[in-house]
Write a protein that binds this ligand. Structure first.
Ligand code: FAD
Ligand code: NAI
Length: 468
């Protein structure tokens, strides 16, 4: 073992939470190391999550659009190998970009598995198989992320029974795909393969798609749109198990309310029933740090475990499992270390589902507002009445504002539509500033843009839209 090296901050995990925390800490003048065992930086998000999935979503959308919507513009053939190459290129460009940022900011990038051995010590088992290295740290930030939740009885091989990791790397388009779980991964990856020609059936235990936190009206609208695109849905349906034969898989399902059972054939099964915190090999037991019943590391408001200089951010602890949420926490945790204060506004974290059209939302859903018993207004505007959407022949979806009836303050914004993921940024900013729908409705939006639908939905909440 080499001589223990002293750092102000050692971050364990180099995903969006960890790498952002490490760069921020170095920028604050703290001597910082980041330990990552994957062999590349960027975590789940850059390597097997956000980035590769968006590459496939973008290219499969272009393919599908030319094939189905604007056929008369020309013919198109799928080159799946090339599509996968484009994905690899995006991933490697971005992960190497973070290595560059580490160098630029003076973050020590330590490759290997980090195990906390005592309150100020981390042992790193290096990737190259050499002897372990010990890092000493005044502060430790844990950012070890999450992993796919397995489905009992269906063994993942990442070829035929896959998680999202296998689903972004299939070498041929499956004829039939069953997706277990109609949440964000199921709908995004289901969309990719459905657009490329698979017969996709999504089996969802609950009565609505979209996973937790989606507005019920939006979830219904999205389901209708995806059905029109060819995806099939079995809601209120329980997967009982599967029979994996040498050339066919049978997934056995039953109505969640009991009774009727059937089996669905598949070549590939995607298990997308959620993700769980990842702490294997981290050594929490060596220092007595607790996890809750769902495996999340327990922390206080300042991201501290019961050992105050060991903080935790991102997917491995509470809250939405989103890259930008992990990043905000990374910054805040470092600010607590350096300055003693930091802040994340959890009421204004956007969610985006990158289907086509996209779905994006921020704040409360209508069902949540209704449950509070407070009076509210709804203002909505369809893209079918927006000039740019009509020109682009891309008119599915709508913008919906939920506002406080008395004060007009915005409580939630929900969008289904082209570029919803970009458009929601205006809504997030509005909520950060405590805006009313009238603030947005009286703000000039360029013509002809999709964001005029955003303005008109705001107008609909406090007055009337012009074009509907
Ligand atoms: P992670 O990104 O999981 O990073 C943790 C890192 O820690 C990993 O690289 C791991 O190797 C490393 N590690 C773990 N233990 C150790 C150890 N003991 N020593 C050293 N290293 C260790 N979110 C979005 O916001 N937008 C999206 O579009 C989006 N798309 C997604 C698509 C898919 C298919 C998936 C699976 C997820 C997607 N997510 C998306 C979620 C997003 O990837 C996560 O919320 C985000 O990566 C969490 O960041 P993190 O830093 O907490 O953890
Ligand atoms: P999820 O929590 O979004 O959805 C899982 C779905 O599976 C839920 O609808 C749930 O009811 C259903 N389910 C659970 N058990 C089931 C069972 N036994 N049978 C049938 N259905 C079952 O989880 P998902 O899609 O796996 O994604 C994991 C995380 O990754 C999410 O928390 C999400 O935040 C993140 N992510 C974010 C993306 C984005 O921001 N665009 C993209 C992909 C993932």
């Amino acid at each position: 073992a080499s001589e223990a090296e002293e750092h102000d901050v050692v971050v364990i995990g180099g995903g969006p939470g960890g790498y952002v925390a490490a760069i921020k800490a170095a920028q604050e003048g703290l001597k910082t190391a980041c330990v990552e065992k994957r062999g590349s930086l960027g975590g789940t998000c850059l390597n097997v999550g956000c980035i590769p999935s968006k590459s496939l979503l973008n290219n499969s959308h272009i393919y599908h659009q030319i094939l189905h919507d604007v056929k008369n513009l020309g013919d198109v053939k799928l080159n799946l190998t090339q599509m996968m190459n484009a994905k690899e290129q995006s991933v490697s460009g971005l992960t190497k970009g973070i290595e560059y940022l580490f160098k630029k900011n003076g973050v020590d990038y330590v490759k290997g598995t980090g195990t906390i051995t005592s309150e100020h010590e981390i042992k790193v088992g290096p990737l190259d198989g050499g002897g372990p290295q010990t890092l000493r740290a005044k502060n430790i930030i844990i950012a070890t992320g999450s992993e796919a939740t397995p489905f009992p009885g269906l063994e993942i091989d990442e070829k035929r029974i896959v998680t999202s990791t296998g689903a972004i790397a299939l070498t041929q388009v499956p004829e039939k795909m069953v997706v277990i779980g109609g949440g964000i991964i199921g709908l995004e990856m289901g969309s990719v393969w459905s657009r490329l020609g698979s017969d996709v059936t999504v089996v969802e235990y609950l009565g609505a798609i979209g996973g937790p936190g989606m507005d019920a009206e939006m979830a219904k609208t999205m389901q209708r749109i995806l059905q029109k695109q060819g995806m099939k849905f079995k809601l209120n349906t329980k997967v009982m198990g599967g029979d994996v034969g040498s050339d066919n898989i049978k997934i056995n399902v039953e109505s969640a309310k009991g009774g009727k059972s059937e089996s669905i054939d598949a070549d590939v099964v995607l298990v997308a029933i959620g993700r769980r915190p990842y702490t294997t090999g981290l050594g929490l037991e060596n220092v007595g740090i607790e996890v809750d019943e769902r495996g999340r590391i327990v922390i206080d408001q300042e991201y501290r475990t019961k050992i105050p200089h060991i903080r935790v951010i991102g997917d491995v602890t509470f809250g939405a499992m989103l890259a930008h949420k992990a990043e905000e926490e990374g910054i805040a945790a470092v600010e607590y270390i350096k300055k003693g204060y930091g802040h994340v506004n959890y009421r204004a974290i956007p969610s985006v589902m990158y289907t086509h059209p996209e779905a994006a939302w921020v704040g409360q859903t209508e069902q949540e507002v209704k449950a509070t018993g407070e009076a509210y207004n709804i203002g909505s505007f369809p893209f079918s009445a927006n000039s740019r959407a009509k020109t682009n022949l891309d008119t599915e979806g709508m913008v919906k504002f939920i506002t406080d009836k008395e004060t007009d303050r915005i409580l939630g914004i929900h969008i289904i539509g082209p570029n919803a993921g970009e458009m929601i940024a205006e809504g997030v900013l509005a909520m950060e500033y405590g805006a009313s729908s009238e603030d947005i409705g009286r703000t000039s939006h360029a013509h002809p843009t999709l964001s005029e639908a955003f303005k008109e939905a705001a107008m609909a909440a406090f007055s009337k839209p012009i074009h509907a």
